[in-house]
Design a protein around this ligand. Structure first.
Ligand SMILES: [Zn+2]
Length: 308
């Protein structure tokens, strides 16, 4: 089996995955707050899988931040997992593995694309684009069969495409990035601002916290203010996908992440916006689809790093 480990800001998920993408056993714990606790969590997870008698062939780790793909070092990782910076993820797991067992690691968006390419919506594709829609926006690009990393390991940070040169400040240091307009954080902030201005809307009746899911729920109920917030954000994301289609000419665009659960109201606006913008040059419609990996998809993506 391949061990897939998904290191997220709030949860660590581990699983034993078969070569055909079946999750044989899985576990999940809260993300620890120190390196020592992290070592212990990973030790328990890996020894637990091996005590089930499952022979471990390889380990794949998906983690937020910028991960050096050759030596698995965490190069940049702001936020709660900051303590991992400068450490090799392989060194956290190697001593619990059979000698010579290979360990692979990359950032979580590239891991998600690896998962789609081995077992999901990008199976058999040489060119694909994946976006992770959540608190922020992540991305990964499969080009001619290779997942792009770039010179500094940053390639694929689609959330930081500048949409509005004069826009609001972004956590990356730039301003007006895509994720300042379309992301859970951006949609929540637009809704809070509307409530603060005292608009007439169902949004003003919502019990705190005002989450992105609740804004989508108001839009589904027909609330005009919530609908405008969602449709403006979707138009911008759809336009960016249209632009990326011109740049990358992918076979498929895959949407994953927490917001991809709300594709009932997002998918058609995104598809039509991207399609009309790219129709003339491409002379075809690029399918925009939801991730095909079952939950927990992060561990499958991590395992797929080893499969690829
Ligand atoms: Zn940014």
């Amino acid at each position: 089996v391949i061990v897939g480990i998904d290191i997220g800001g709030t949860r660590i998920k581990t699983a034993a995955v078969s070569r055909d993408g079946e999750i044989l056993t899985a576990r999940e714990v809260a993300t620890p707050s120190s390196l020592e606790e992290m070592r212990e969590v990973l030790r328990i997870a890996i020894t637990g899988l091996q005590s089930n008698g499952l022979p471990v062939e390889a380990v794949g780790l998906g983690c937020k931040g910028i991960i050096h793909p050759e030596n698995t070092e965490v190069v940049t990782l702001p936020g709660t997992l900051h303590y991992l910076e400068g450490h090799r993820l392989s060194s956290l797991v190697a001593e619990h593995l059979p000698p010579g067992c290979p360990v692979f690691a990359d950032n979580d968006a590239r891991a998600a694309l690896a998962g789609e390419s081995v077992w999901g919506a990008a199976r058999g594709c040489k060119d694909a684009l994946l976006l992770t829609l959540g608190t922020g926006i992540g991305g990964a690009i499969l080009s001619d069969g290779r997942i792009l990393r770039g010179t500094s390991g940053v390639a694929g940070h689609i959330g930081h495409l500048t949409v509005d040169p004069e826009g609001v400040d972004c956590i990356c240091g730039n301003r007006g990035c895509l994720e300042t307009i379309f992301s859970a954080r951006a949609i929540e902030s637009a809704a809070s601002a509307a409530v603060h201005r005292g608009v007439a809307s169902e949004l003003t009746t919502i019990e705190a916290p005002l989450t992105c899911e609740k804004v989508f729920a108001c839009a589904r109920h027909g609330d005009a203010v919530a609908q405008r917030i969602v449709s403006r954000a979707s138009m911008v994301l759809g336009a960016m996908i249209g632009g990326l289609i011109h740049v990358l000419d992918p076979e498929v665009v895959i949407l994953s992440g927490q917001i991809a659960e709300s594709l009932d109201i997002l998918l058609e606006p995104l598809r039509s916006e991207a399609a009309w913008r790219s129709r003339s040059l491409l002379r075809r419609t690029v399918p925009i689809v939801k991730s095909e990996l079952p939950h927990p998809s992060g561990v499958l993506g991590a395992a797929a790093l080893a499969m690829r």
